[in-house]
Design a protein around this ligand. Structure first.
Ligand code: FAD
Ligand code: NAP
Length: 586
């Protein structure tokens, strides 16, 4: 398989010391660097890739684009940035989002503190000195860095560690094998080739229609069919952009008060309170708008199975209406809860199966047996292929942490601590690992919210906490184990309220064999979570031990976090829903 590598860059090793090491230079790492600098902290970031952008640096497969509208899938911390950047389409394509990340890096002069083509391999807490010792390896083979830092900020990404199932015989295959999350920078030309795509998640659903346009023959190997809603992507209307820009702060504030961290029309009514005719009309209208907001057609779709059955059947009817071959259509119809796995958003996905050179192979009951020199074997039958695309997703949420030897107090590694599933307090920190922050870590809304919002809220909160530690002269913070245990129990409990916990998705780690089944993101809704973070801060960080503080009872000064103190949007989150903790989340 083409491997995750970046061109070498020679440079002298770093040794620090710095206030903070940031791991990763995606949207999380970039914003962390910016805020640290604003707050007067010295910092260096390490990034495996040779450029910024994270997800948008690595996922260059055909069709890659965001599925939260670009006018909202963007940073909100700078009004000037909001005004000066122009998105071309409703859902910007990967190259444009990557350009945006590069623009941000240049505009805020962040590159000088980033060391590229450098992988962090270990971070060890020196208890006596209360310092993190961070070790790296430089991809040019010229050795590594060993940097000492007071704080370590893990901005390693929730979807950055590619899941590469070890199919038998892969090494025998004569053609190239690609992973969507590690796509070659120069692109791939499939013209005239027989291509196999393994997987039917979001990455596959975006790339299949475009691969089909080039390939001589395309065979899709499907283990679980997915629901997908049309994107209706289009160039942005300048009048609409002008209107948004004229009211951007208000839109950003509305987004912050929404369970998803982005704004869209949401109907809080229960689905079953409508007649079948009303429901159909409602679903048709929501379908015509397209995208993830389709799940906002009713308020209880992720909490009431009977309600969910109605939207699931509507979506299956759409598939049957598009795909001409009834057998293929049935294979493409998911049976699981609608929206249980991450909902996909597509352009011409289902229609692609009407093309005569595109075929679907069901590997749900008969898994892929092995690769041969010239193809894939399923159920004893060989499918001849020239190239294979593994759209097989990621070891989500914890995969990038697993790849770094993170050692906390008493020599305990994070991997050991998280053996039975991740344990964090608020998804930002883990007991036994003082002064280590996680951006959008497990136990925070992360992937269930528009992620740039989630990133900004986390980073603002972390940097405010660091500033408070400096104000009171504390050497370390550390999550209290009892608060962490309570939080982990709460995250689990809330997940049970949602139908999302019922299927084998990457949210529960079930996409990778051997991983513990734990619902990892916090499903209580973004604003509810933000309120909990605010309470923690306003209460003087009661869930943390602040060690070595010279000043006691100093109330934390709210600096960056101020903009997250917004009231809950009661139109969407009624008190009754809060009480039941049935917070709808896309
Ligand atoms: P990443 O962008 O993943 O960046 C993490 C960086 O850390 C990577 O560059 C990685 O190389 C680096 N890193 C990791 N480990 C190490 C190490 N040990 N040493 C050095 N560097 C390391 N979210 C949305 O909200 N809306 C969307 O529309 C959306 N679309 C997506 C589309 C795709 C194809 C994918 C895969 C994800 C999408 N997401 C979306 C989620 C997306 O991951 C986030 O929106 C966001 O880009 C994450 O930023 P991040 O900085 O937290 O992580
Ligand atoms: P994914 O949703 O996890 O899909 C991976 C696919 O590979 C699934 O169909 C899975 O089947 C299949 N698979 C995995 N191992 C397999 C095996 N051994 N044999 C056969 N099939 C196998 O991964 P993804 O598509 O890369 O998306 C991950 C997440 O990234 C998304 O959910 C989304 O959050 C984000 N993303 C967003 C967009 C966007 O539209 N903006 C695009 C891409 C990604 P099972 O379902 O049976 O496990």
């Amino acid at each position: 398989m083409t491997s995750k590598s970046a061109p070498p860059t020679s440079r002298a090793p770093l040794s620090g010391p710095v206030d903070a090491v940031v791991v990763g230079a995606g949207f999380g790492g970039l914003y962390a660097l910016h805020c640290l600098r604003q707050a007067g902290f010295s910092a260096v970031a390490f990034e495996t890739g040779d450029g910024v952008g994270g997800t948008w640096y690595w996922n260059r497969y055909p069709g890659a684009r965001c599925d939260v509208e670009s006018l909202q899938y963007s940073y909100s911390f700078s009004e000037d940035l909001d005004q000066e950047w122009n998105w071309s389409e409703k859902y910007a394509p990967q190259p444009e989002i990557l350009s945006y990340a590069n623009h941000v890096a240049d505009r805020f002069d962040l590159r000088r503190d980033i060391r590229f083509s450098t992988r962090v391999v270990a971070a060890t807490f020196d208890e006596a000195r209360a310092l993190w010792v961070v070790e790296t390896e430089r991809l040019d083979g010229s050795g590594g860095d060993r940097v000492e830092a007071r704080f370590c900020i893990m901005a390693v990404g929730c979807l950055s560690s590619a899941n590469k199932p070890p199919f038998a015989g892969m090494a025998d295959f004569k053609g190239p094998i690609y992973h969507t999350g590690e796509w070659p920078k120069d692109g791939v030309d499939f013209t005239g080739l027989r291509v196999g795509v393994i997987g039917t998640g979001s990455s596959a659903i975006q790339s299949i229609p475009l691969i089909a346009e080039q390939a001589k023959a395309l065979t899709v190997f499907q283990r679980t069919p997915n629901y997908s809603v049309p994107a209706y992507n289009a160039p942005l209307d300048p009048a609409y952009v002008a209107e948004v820009k004229a009211n951007y702060p208000a839109l950003r504030a509305k987004a912050r008060s929404r369970p998803t961290g982005f704004y869209f029309p949401f109907n809080t009514q229960p689905a079953l309170a409508s007649t079948p005719e009303e429901r159909r009309r409602q679903y048709e209208e929501a379908w015509a708008r397209g995208g993830l907001p389709f799940l906002g057609a009713y308020g209880d779709l992720l909490f009431n199975k009977e309600a969910n059955d109605t939207i699931a059947e509507f979506a299956r009817e759409k598939i049957r209406g598009i795909v001409k071959d009834p057998k293929t259509a049935e294979l493409l119809c998911p049976e699981n809860v609608f929206g249980c796995k991450r909902l996909c958003v597509d352009t011409n996905y289902f229609a692609t199966y009407n093309k005569p050179h595109v075929s679907l192979v069901d590997v749900s009951k008969t898994p892929i047996e092995r690769f041969t020199a010239h193809g894939l074997v399923v159920g004893g039958k060989t499918y001849e292929l020239d190239a294979v695309v593994c759209a097989t997703g990621f070891a989500a949420m914890t995969g990038a942490f697993d790849k770094i030897r993170i050692t906390g107090r008493g020599g305990l590694t994070l991997a050991e601590k998280w053996q039975a599933g991740p344990r964090t307090y608020l998804g930002v920190a883990s007991a036994g690992f003082p002064n280590l922050f996680m951006v959008t870590g497990p136990g925070s809304p992360s992937v269930l919210a528009s992620m740039i919002q989630a990133i900004e809220q986390h980073v603002d909160w972390m940097v405010d906490m660091m500033a408070h530690l400096r104000d009171v002269g504390a050497r370390t913070f550390e999550a209290r184990i009892e608060d962490e245990d309570r939080w982990v129990a709460h995250v689990n409990e809330v997940s049970q309220v949602s139908l999302r916990s019922t299927c084998s998705s990457w949210y529960v780690g079930a996409n990778v064999p051997g991983r513990p089944r734990v619902f990892m993101p916090y499903i209580g809704g973004f604003p509810v979570y933000v309120q909990k973070c605010n309470e923690e801060m306003d209460g003087g960080y009661g869930g943390f031990v602040l060690d070595g503080a010279t000043t006691r009872n100093a109330p934390p000064e709210i600096r960056l976090t101020r903009r997250w103190h917004v009231p809950l949007d009661m139109d969407v989150i009624s008190p009754a829903m809060l009480a039941a903790r049935q917070v709808p989340v896309v």
